[in-house]
Unconditional design. Structure first.
Length: 313
């Protein structure tokens, strides 16, 4: 009888762990595995669909050029769309897209910067669009991929080029993570819209909010899986730690009513950032909605920031 009780006592934790492991594997595949389509936007943003597709149609009418990196390396092949400015310009913006999006999903921001006289580069991140990659790195591997895009801009557009880094959601976190890298002097400023503070905090937050699951044991197991598949733990993927090494002017934008990347992450990122910094928390905006509820005002804020820190020649 005692032996049976002992075995039962051992078996219960083992069963719980096995269940947690299976659930974490499913969670990892759901969150990190690439999908070869762009999911539909959230219901609250369907009202912007006509405007969004008008921007996409605009992009399709432009003299877009396809740029590539690592062409001979199938596992690391990266693709981007390049839209030249209407007239010759020494300014280029590199735009980083959101989770499970691609460069084309940033057509509205491309239009805005194009109207401001910029050349525009729209990469498909690793694990997205036409670029290679089995898994989504949430900005961590992308931050180094973008160093390659910066180098390509300088080789094609010249060493006199002034480069702006801009991103929204996962793209916002990507450019925040880039801020801690050794960037060439031609990179003049960073604009990050609703980027998360770290993927570990973001995953734990969404687990609780969307699935009513605790951080432990799921996030540590997912982190272990990612270490095995991608080579790093989730705790490595931190905007906050990268921003501590920043020295460039940086503009943080965040929707006041964002419940996907909560506004306390904005505060963490802002407080961590070194270098000149500004913050705009947009009233009544949900996640990645700041542009859509007021495109003209959004452009005015960005133009004012760039006029201050990247003045015209």
């Amino acid at each position: 009888m005692k032996k049976t009780r002992v075995l039962a006592g051992i078996g219960a934790p083992a069963a719980i762990f096995s269940t947690a492991l299976i659930a974490s594997e499913k969670l990892y595949n759901f969150a990190f595995k690439r999908v070869d389509y762009v999911p539909e936007t959230s219901a609250d943003k369907q009202k912007y669909a006509d405007a969004y597709y008008a921007y996409v149609d605009w992009l399709h009418r432009q003299p877009v050029k396809q740029w590539q990196l690592n062409v001979q390396d199938e596992a690391n092949h990266l693709v981007a769309q390049y839209v030249p400015a209407k007239t010759t310009s020494n300014r280029t913006v590199i735009i980083s897209h959101g989770y499970k999006g691609d460069g084309e999903t940033m057509a509205n921001y491309a239009y805005m910067f194009h109207q401001m006289g910029y050349n525009v580069l729209l990469p498909d991140d690793r694990g997205h669009g036409q670029s290679a990659g089995k898994y989504i790195s949430f900005g961590w591997q992308d931050r180094r991929d973008y160093l390659g895009w910066i180098d390509k801009v300088l080789r094609i557009n010249g060493q006199h080029t002034k480069i702006i880094l801009f991103g929204v959601s996962m793209g916002g976190a990507t450019v925040e993570m880039m801020s801690g890298e050794e960037l060439p002097p031609q990179v003049k400023a960073i604009i990050a819209d609703c980027g998360y503070s770290s993927i570990e905090e973001e995953l734990a937050y969404l687990l609780k909010r969307q699935f009513h699951l605790p951080k432990y044991p799921f996030v540590p197991i997912v982190s272990f899986i990612n270490r095995h598949r991608m080579g790093y733990y989730l705790s490595d993927v931190s905007s906050v730690e990268q921003l501590k090494r920043n020295h460039l002017p940086i503009f943080f934008i965040h929707g006041e009513k964002d419940v996907y990347v909560p506004s306390w992450m904005l505060k963490e990122n802002y407080q961590a950032a070194n270098g000149p910094k500004q913050m705009w928390q947009v009233p009544n905006a949900t996640h990645a909605e700041s542009f859509w509820i007021g495109p003209a005002e959004y452009q005015r804020h960005i133009a004012a920031f760039l006029d201050q820190y990247v003045p015209a020649d």
